[in-house]
Design a protein around this ligand. Structure first.
Ligand code: BG6
Ligand code: MG
Length: 225
């Protein structure tokens, strides 16, 4: 049995933008004299911009030191740093095995989608020149609820014309795995730091994406439903 569509998260699945998110937050944290480490950064994966800022401020015990408008300005400042970094990206920023895997899906006639809460998703896909590899792109502008709400994956599946269990969702963040699961899809995790819901199939990196292996696990899951 083959899935009818694959829906990919963007940051940390299709491309290594997670390192640029880290560098941009680090630049802001340094300017403000705040502590920001890779461990804190891990908690920001799949989390929207303003909530990410709240997590950094809370980690430093300074949440109530800034008004809402100051927080919006700080989130915007981070985004300006981030935009200068992503505009310099090249094909080398596409994660290992992704281009080949997308080519395999095209060859098999399987639909592809992107489900990303990033407001920069369109720019990132354009800079990497892979926008035309997807049949539908669901981004922050099209949904109201952040992951782990299933809205963004459910929208992508319905726009592609399929039910949740026809689709495979691929994610690197715990919130994303929860969203895929709640949307009734088969989940593939890429190096996810699992704190609650496990992916149906756990892979160490995108280089391990293997169509036959995923179909095998997907078939077993469908037969068990
Ligand atoms: C997610 C990233 O894909 O997008 C988060 O994993 C990021 O780290 C979020 O905060 C929002 O991105 P942006 O580009 O709108 O700031
Ligand atoms: Mg991600």
């Amino acid at each position: 049995m083959q899935p009818k569509a694959f829906i990919f998260d963007l940051d940390g699945v299709l491309t290594s933008t997670d390192k640029y998110h880290f560098l941009a937050w680090k630049q802001l944290a340094d300017r403000l004299g705040l502590d920001f480490t890779e461990t804190v950064n891990e908690k920001l994966k799949g989390v929207d911009r303003l909530t990410s800022l709240e997590i950094i401020l809370a980690h430093n015990g300074v949440s109530d030191k800034f008004s809402d408008s100051e927080k919006a300005a700080l989130a915007n400042e981070k985004n300006e740093y981030y935009k200068t970094l992503i505009l310099k990206m090249t094909k080398a920023d596409i994660l290992p095995g992704i281009e080949n895997f997308l080519a395999v899906l095209r060859e098999k006639g399987i639909k592809t989608g992107v489900a990303s809460v990033s407001k920069n998703a369109d720019t990132v896909l354009s800079v990497l020149n892979i926008k035309n590899r997807f049949d539908y792109i669901a981004d922050a502008a099209k949904v109201t609820k952040p992951k782990p709400d299933p809205e963004i994956f459910a929208l992508c599946a319905s726009e592609l014309g399929f039910e949740g269990n026809d689709c495979v969702g691929v994610e690197d963040a715990q919130s994303g795995i929860e969203a895929i699961t709640a949307a009734g899809m088969f989940s593939v995790g890429i190096g996810v730091e699992v704190t609650s819901v496990h992916p149906r199939l756990e892979l160490g990196s995108t280089a391990e994406l293997d169509f036959e292996k995923i179909c095998e696990a997907y078939t077993a899951w469908r037969n068990s439903q």
